[in-house]
Design a binder for this molecule. Sequence first.
Ligand SMILES: Cc1ncc(COP(=O)(O)O)c(C=O)c1O
Length: 455
Amino acid sequence: MTDSYKIILDEKELPEAWYNVLPDLPEPLAPPLNPATGQPVTPDDLKPIFPESLIMQEVSQDTWIEIPSEIRDIYKIWRPSPLVRARRLEKALGTPARLYYKNEGVSPPGSHKPNTAVAQAYYNKKAGVNKLTTETGAGQWGSALSFACKLFDMHCTVYMVKISYEQKPYRKVLMHLWDGEVYPSPTDRTNAGRAILEQNPDSMGSLGIAISEAVEDAATHDDTNYALGSVLNHVLLHQTVIGLETRKQLELAEDKADIIVGCVGGGSNFGGMILPYVKDKTSGKNIEIIAIEPKSCPTLTKGLYEYDFGDTAGMTPLMLMYTLGHTFEPPGIHAGGLRYHGDAPILCNLVKNGVVSPRAYTQNPVFEAAVLFARTEGVIPAPETSHAIKGLVDEALKCKETGEEKAIVCCFSGHGHFDLSAYDDYLEGRLQDYEYPEDKIQEALKDLPKFPTGL
Ligand SMILES: Cc1ncc(COP(=O)(O)O)c(C=O)c1O
């Protein structure tokens, strides 16, 4: 086994194709439904907001989808990203486990998000579309799409969840730097935003509301398309470069993953890391795959497996997923990117079929793990990523108890350089642990659209 810290692949080893898990899922993915008809969505339903190439990727049954050279050339700015052995964290914990983190924080915007932003901008540009709209929670996705649009000379409009807009002013500056146009959502620019403001002028927004605004903006402008930073099949597909590189890097280190942990907002960094491992698990290999979410937005651990809208206003197709109800407005905890009422249907399918085990944490223990990580490995995790770090630490401590020498791999989805106010709150004892009350969850679930599950 190598004694290196960083396991680095040469640029030539950047994956040439994305891995599509759809043909390998334990159970076929239920189709998204058109809310007007209750029938499966057709490619034509999606054409007003997505280019045909991405719609085809959404439903493709091909196992491998070639990555165009123009996208690979941009990926090379930061990819292949390093896989790092967290030796100092291992020592601090006194664990016999081998801890690895795949550092997606090295991309220019600071997270895994440009893996799909670059691809989505490329396919839209190729289809002759020069304007994209999107939503952003923590600001990572909005900055990734602004970056990608800049590289393809396109215009980008971002609806940023208001609480993050206020908590993270520098994310907004980053988007401006890459010429993105940013609005705190809910806005008065769209019908969806105006309706929310009428009901609650102090609304701090949610990802569901911001998605409604961005989709409406794209659907009502012929020259504009919409780009989603998570949840959809093609987004998870583009993210599989993470897991594909990790597999090669572990081989290089003469090791293999016993446990994989990652954080889940909509499921894209987690999916990107674990999908290339799904066949190992379903063919009987002993590998544990753990998805971590916040207790304040416990979609996988407390949600229902039902058809629901992807946005608050009910404009998107219905997807079969674990959901807290599309009207769920999560509290303003700092991990803005994990405050989504649903999750990627692919990930939900894997949870339902026992391939992935979900787990939820409150934020103080999460920050405690993140601070330990920063003080040993030096790198500061984003609050979202810190959930994965807490999972990594807990699994390492279990190994300490049992004496097992497992290899535990964590997807380090992004750095926290723009999240220092959250760290300040933690260090000053101002962070509150919050578990979303069961009665509030039940209330939001009452608004679920009535459609059969498991078609
Ligand atoms: C750093 C980081 N990690 C994780 C997430 C969660 O998103 P996803 O579950 O799609 O990876 C976000 C979302 O904004 C993020 O910024």
